[in-house]
Design a protein around this ligand. Sequence first.
Ligand code: ARG
Length: 269
Amino acid sequence: MNSELLVCDAKNFRVDYEINPYMDTTVQPDPAAAVAEHEAIVAAHLAAGRRVELLPSASECPDMVFTANAAVVRGNRAVLGSPPPERKAEVPYFQDWLVGRGYDVVEAPYPFSGQGDALACGDLLLAGFGQRTDPRMHAVLARELDYEVVPLQTVGPRWYDLDLAVGVIDTRTIAYCPDALDAPSRRRLQGLGLDLIEVSVDEAARFALNLVSDGTTVTMTKGVARLAGELRTRGLRVIELETTQLAKGGGGVRCTALTLDNPPSRRQP
Ligand code: ARG
């Protein structure tokens, strides 16, 4: 799983506005360090045997490095993100790229954070709402991508996207921060019969769960020892990467990569 990823370089990454509680326009990323950090993440994907597609970032789009918000893709279909106004200029770049690659591209009729709020786990789609995604998107995602949608509401802007509160390790294993989800969502997740790894608020707020896993290698942020240790205990290879510059935009490893090869539904349409 997760072996083909779309990324955008960090050359235009800046904090021009504040649309999540981690962003502060007076604390800018160091441009050279940000590019190096991003290149190291890409190198780690390649070393893990993943394929990486690169779409050059646009100068007027300072958050384009957070490619996960572009869309959610399954098989040959993509549902585009519909981000806050500050990020709207990104959408046509992603739309053109996906259309150019032959994807069947659907526009989101409601606010939608793309893969940031739509984590595939086999035939399930763990779908965030309440922050940047309108719950009416869930029916759209179920219909367009044939997923069984599991709605999960995070408890506040600190978890503005679900990929900060939940990390998919493989189709049977999920890491999550129980305190980041409301009680009905927690129960829904616990009722799926999956193996759940609990992560503290402290580690989750340092983007521990914002990871890319292919079920063999987990690429994740450096300095979250408990989760990294737990994953190693389970036999996974864990690659820890610097994300101090990306953190100034409110993101980590997962935010920078849109998965392009989520397996299509086996059900006949
Ligand atoms: N600064 C970006 C924003 O607020 C960060 C997005 C991170 N993406 C994610 N999938 N969590 O939109």
